[in-house]
Design a protein around this ligand. Structure first.
Ligand code: HEC
Ligand code: HEC
Ligand code: HEC
Length: 439
């Protein structure tokens, strides 16, 4: 916590210095307010646009971020941890007093493209407008039609806990000037899809448009700079959020089993793919949402991802043929037999009846960093409706830091032929425990 405060104070100092440099922009403390409208304009009710908007919202994951745990859909109040402190999402139901019911399409479009609220105050980039800015007019209008057709919920805006002076929204004018991609990028992407000659090129162009704009995959999969902006020179090369590593999407061909386009499509739509570990952590909610999107859009995303693989024939890491259990911690073996083997042992029902692959294929177990392995042990994989077969219990309360480290090190040694994670011990687990907002 102390380390975070120091880091955030550092961010604040840098932004303040920039504010001095860009004084004239900050002086224009906010943008012009747009007049409230008495009723949605254009009026809601175009059933076709509403249906299209619903499928697009699934790609944008609007529901996940704008719904508090156990709260009303889209009524906001979910706390998000960012380099600027904790920011709560807002109410985007069509409620006139506390939601966006008095927003015109113009006001909504400005929010999506420029990160400016209807009354003119600047929004924080925890709202992925740096990606949404590239959306087409037609897609933004469909989202608007869908939102205006949702149930109104009266839920006042929450109070955000941001470190001074980051709670001062006008500073975002500096941030936008530095990092908001020009809107012209949007027309470039749509132009590319218009001129794409054959069906396959069109599919890839559509996938690229969705990944870069509405899907905002880079919000998690791209590393951030110290001001919380994505490093465009390292797009999709792997990021860290809420205690999880979002692995690089540019070396999917170098996994224990190289991803195929069909496996990617399945994974993105269901959270599962043959010969790959299941989606866990924040990626689980992404895949659950993508399951509601138009299937051809998810196929397009997978098609585009395949074009990012620089060397599709790259040598995959050695398979787990020659495991080096001699170096594995003995305690780990005992703990694994007691707590894990019923599901992950050879011959467990999960792998035989459930057709789930061995942990040898898990990206987390094969990763350079033990972060996701430890995260999965601590958090488990939450129970979801009828998906009993995909439940893994959380072990955060069961095992000590030292035991979690032993289990992780043993799993690595038993299921891969890779070298052990250096320095994964009780202290490292204690640090990783603190990285997640939920504990
Ligand atoms: C990663 C989380 C996240 C996702 C995904 C997300 N939002 Fe948001 N959104 C936020 C946060 C946080 C805010 C509040 C920002 C602030 O107060 O500065 C916000 C604010 C907004 C606002 C401005 C509301 C106001 O009162 O000023 C609109 C409109 C909005 N979001 C629409 C959407 C739509 C539509 C989608 C899906 C396409 C979406 N958001 C997806 C986090 C998210
Ligand atoms: C909220 C953050 C977040 C967003 C947004 C997000 N991801 Fe992920 N993604 C993750 C995390 C974290 C993991 C690792 C989870 C795991 O190992 O189960 C992951 C894993 C993946 C994997 C598996 C990689 C592997 O080798 O195992 C793929 C593929 C993927 N994401 C694609 C996407 C695509 C495409 C998008 C955009 C449509 C996207 N992700 C958006 C956080 C995110
Ligand atoms: C009740 C059954 C159950 C138990 C007990 C259990 N797991 Fe899991 N575990 C699962 C399921 C289901 C998944 C999702 C895996 C899939 O379908 O690919 C999973 C996934 C994982 C993954 C990540 C695979 C990936 O990349 O997505 C790891 C690592 C893991 N378990 C390790 C362990 C360890 C170590 C233990 C013991 C401390 C353990 N599990 C106990 C059911 C269980």
């Amino acid at each position: 916590m102390k380390g975070r405060r120091v880091r955030m104070a550092g961010v604040a100092v840098v932004l303040l210095a920039l504010a001095a440099a860009y004084g004239s922009h900050v002086a224009r403390a906010s943008e012009r307010g747009l007049a409230p409208v008495a009723a949605p304009s254009p009026p809601a009710g175009d059933a076709e646009a509403v249906a299209r908007g619903a499928r697009l919202a699934a790609i944008g994951n609007c529901m996940t971020c704008h719904t508090a745990t156990g709260g009303q859909p889209l009524a906001g109040g979910l706390p998000l941890r960012t380099p600027f402190g904790v920011i709560d999402s807002t109410n985007i139901t069509p409620d006139k007093d506390t939601g966006i019911g008095d927003w015109s399409l113009d006001a909504f479009t400005r929010a999506m493209r420029q990160g400016v609220s209807r009354d003119g105050h600047l929004l924080y980039p925890a709202f992925p407008y740096p990606h949404f800015t590239q959306m087409s007019d037609a897609d933004i209008a469909a989202l608007y039609a869908w939102l205006m057709s949702r149930a109104s919920v009266n839920a006042p805006a929450p109070h955000n806990a941001l470190i001074f002076p980051l709670g001062f929204r006008p500073l975002m004018a500096v941030w936008n000037r530095l990092y908001l991609p020009p809107e012209s990028a949007a027309s470039a992407t749509s132009a590319a899809s218009a001129t794409a000659r054959d069906a396959q090129a069109q599919e890839v162009a559509r996938g690229r448009y969705l990944v870069e704009s509405l899907g905002h995959c880079g919000a998690c999969h791209t590393p951030l700079n110290r001001l919380g902006a994505e490093r465009r020179d390292r797009a999709l090369q792997g990021g860290t959020l809420e205690g999880w590593d979002a692995p690089a999407l540019t070396d999917l061909a170098a996994r224990p089993t190289p991803w195929t386009q069909a496996q990617l499509t399945n994974y993105l739509r269901t959270g599962y793919a043959s010969e790959h570990g299941a989606a866990a952590g924040p990626m689980r909610t992404v895949t659950r949402s993508l399951g509601e999107a138009a299937p051809e859009d998810v196929e397009a995303i997978a098609a585009y991802l395949m074009t990012l693989q620089s060397n599709p024939n790259a040598a995959a890491p050695p398979a787990a043929a020659s495991v080096h259990l001699s170096t594995a911690p003995a305690n780990g073996a005992t703990l694994f037999a007691a707590a894990c083997a019923s599901c992950h042992g050879a011959g467990a029902a999960m792998s035989i009846d459930g057709h789930r692959p061995s942990l040898s294929f898990s990206t987390a177990v094969n990763a350079d960093s033990p972060r996701n392995m430890v995260r999965i042990l601590l958090d488990g994989i939450a129970w979801h409706e009828s998906e009993a077969a995909s439940f893994m219990p959380p072990f955060a309360g069961t095992f000590t830091d030292a035991q979690i480290a032993e289990l992780a090190n043993y799993t690595r040694a038993r299921f891969t032929a890779l070298s052990p994670w250096s320095a994964l011990d009780a202290q490292a687990v204690a640090r990783l425990r603190k990285e997640s907002p939920s504990r």
